[in-house]
Design a protein around this ligand. Structure first.
Ligand code: ZN
Ligand code: ZN
Length: 281
């Protein structure tokens, strides 16, 4: 996991109050306010009542925009599902690797400009392909940390598969890579001499992989123009279009009714009471 901001408190870098670090924070705060769109309006979101041979159930519906505070959650879920399915289709027992590259505070402000950020992402993918055996994978940039939504904290999240038999850096563990080398390359790309943070893990169980997919698929209402979309590199498998079928009876769901937010919540509550769960995939 990313452990945002910890580097600030690491002994050597700690500075007394009123120092330049405080200034960094102030600058970051204003950055994030600048790139966030000022007016975020939740759509008058809603639900759908859908039916199959088993009865009916209610599902979320709405504008389904990444910037919608209500629908954003659904967009995340859907993206996560699609990412997971792609990896499942081709990973063939290989672990899914998860690498996070964060940016030291003093060079962050440069990356408010999206095109500057895309340049470094591109450079990173190139390095992964040529030096770390990157086979295919997905990149999602996040503009803020998990712990503080008011601080600009751009980081690259990479979920990827490694080609068989490459760079098993001094280890038999599949997917282990030379982190010192990666740190050096990342510092080069950022053009900074100072220490940089990278984090590398792998996930081999379905639960862990789903968890990672869910994390990287996160949307950031108000910041989506900086974030952009999920990007695939290498040769991702093509998935068939999503058809929403009932896992029980196999029927394609039919829309029975359109619900307002209030009706949706009410139906959900009733459904929960009688043991229905929204398990639509
Ligand atoms: Zn919406
Ligand atoms: Zn059914």
């Amino acid at each position: 996991m990313v452990t945002p901001r910890t580097h600030r408190f690491r002994g050597r870098r700690r500075k007394p109050q009123g120092s330049t670090l405080d200034l960094f924070e102030a600058v970051e705060d204003s950055i994030i306010l600048n790139i966030r769109q000022t007016s975020l309006s939740a759509c008058a979101a809603k639900g759908l009542k859908v039916g199959c041979l088993c009865g009916f159930r209610v599902v979320r519906s709405g504008c389904m925009k990444k910037d919608c505070p209500v629908c954003g959650q659904e967009v995340t879920k859907r993206r996560a599902r699609r990412i997971f399915d792609r990896f499942e289709k081709v990973r063939n027992g290989r672990p899914v690797l998860y690498t996070v590259l964060t940016v030291p505070p003093k060079v962050r402000s440069r990356f408010v400009v999206r095109s500057e950020w895309r340049k470094v992402v591109k450079a990173v993918i190139k390095v992964f392909k040529s030096e770390f055996g990157f086979d295919f994978g997905v990149e999602c940039s996040h503009p803020i940390s998990e712990t503080n939504e008011y601080v600009f904290h751009p980081h690259i999240n990479l979920l990827w598969l490694q080609k068989a038999g490459v760079d098993r850096h001094k280890s038999e563990i599949p997917g282990s890579i030379d982190l010192d080398k990666l740190r050096a390359r990342w510092a080069q790309i950022l053009g900074t001499a100072g220490p940089v943070d990278v984090n590398h893990q792998f996930a081999a169980t379905e639960k862990k992989i789903r968890h990672r997919c869910r994390y990287i698929a996160r949307v950031f209402p108000g910041l989506s123009s900086w974030v952009g979309s999920v990007r695939w590199y290498g040769k991702p498998p093509v998935l068939p279009p999503e058809i929403r079928k009932c896992p029980k009876c196999g029927q394609v769901f039919m829309v029975i009714d359109f619900l307002t937010e209030h009706e949706f919540l009410e139906e959900r509550a009733i459904a929960a009471g009688v043991g229905w769960r929204d398990k639509i995939r």
